[in-house]
Write a protein that binds this ligand. Structure first.
Ligand SMILES: C[S@@+](CC[C@H](N)C(=O)[O-])C[C@H]1O[C@@H](n2cnc3c(N)ncnc32)[C@H](O)[C@@H]1O
Length: 253
């Protein structure tokens, strides 16, 4: 079962668990080492091209990692990418040219910033991030009816995700676990390999552990890799505890 990891770079591994690998690396350097057509689903939340420390990038830099992502996605693999509405247009253009854009979805989060906080005094408070959803090729290889599946499992199948920002946070840009789980559940199957090339505090990895997906994460900063490690170790202990409890309960019957 663990053989799947043999297909991927052995250097730069910060953490390995049965279902996952966390790499500590620059994203483009690492993506260049990933084989063509090897990823079933990408869920990611890159720097947003804003002026804040970790966010301070530009479109040309975004296109470098996006080109690699396109190469390593399997035909029909799905791609979810968060971005800032104010800076999204060239990223959307790249996606429209290189993948098949299926939805321009929204994460609506009126509780994310304090009431008066926004991009400036002369602007309305910003309450949403865009989530691009696209597929490599024309049709998703995951054959679920997304909307029906989401209604059945998550009581909602709309392209506006109204899921409050979670507190406390381990990373300033941490996304709600429920939201990431919903995306992964809708667009992959158990055992599929999910990649998050900007994993931050590891929300995608935690979601994959809970949903039985394999995962690869990439993160540049050691402090965030350490947070991922703590979260994943905790998750594994939880799963172990729950399965031991389940086994002992079923034996009693
Ligand atoms: C928006 S955050 C992701 C947060 C994540 N979604 C979560 O729930 O915690 C983006 C992450 O990308 C990382 N990053 C920025 N530049 C990078 C690079 N060149 N290579 C790899 N990771 C990078 C940052 O350190 C940051 O943790």
């Amino acid at each position: 079962m663990e053989n799947w990891k043999n297909d991927f770079l052995t250097n730069k591994r910060y953490l390995e668990v049965t279902n996952g690998i966390l790499y500590i690396s620059d994203v483009v350097e690492l993506l260049q080492q990933i084989p063509d057509n090897s990823i079933d689903l990408v869920v990611t939340d890159p720097p947003y091209n804003s002026s804040i420390e970790w966010d301070n990038k530009n479109d040309e830099w975004q296109f470098l990692w996006l080109e690699q992502i396109k190469r390593i996605m399997k035909e029909g693999a799905s791609f979810y990418c968060f971005f800032a509405p104010m800076n999204m247009y060239n990223i959307e253009g790249w996606i429209r040219t290189n993948l098949t854009l299926k939805n321009v979805a929204v994460w609506y989060h009126p509780n994310l910033y304090a009431a008066g906080m926004s991009y400036g005094k002369d602007r309305w408070k910003s309450t949403w991030d865009v989530i691009f959803y696209a597929v490599k090729g024309s049709i998703s290889k995951c054959t679920k009816n997304i909307s029906t599946h989401a209604w059945r499992n998550w009581q909602r199948g709309f392209d506006v995700f109204y899921i409050p920002d979670e507190r406390p946070k381990l990373h300033k840009a941490q996304k709600p676990l429920k939201l990431i789980m919903k995306l992964i559940d809708a667009s992959s199957n158990e055992g599929d390999l999910v990649l998050d090339p900007f994993i931050g505090s590891g929300t995608t990895a935690v979601a994959c552990e809970r949903l039985g997906r394999k995962w690869i994460g990439i993160e540049l900063e050691e402090k965030f890799c350490n947070i991922v490690k703590n979260r994943i170790t905790g998750v594994n202990e939880d799963i172990l505890r729950m399965s031991k409890l389940f086994n002992s309960e079923t034996k009693k019957k």
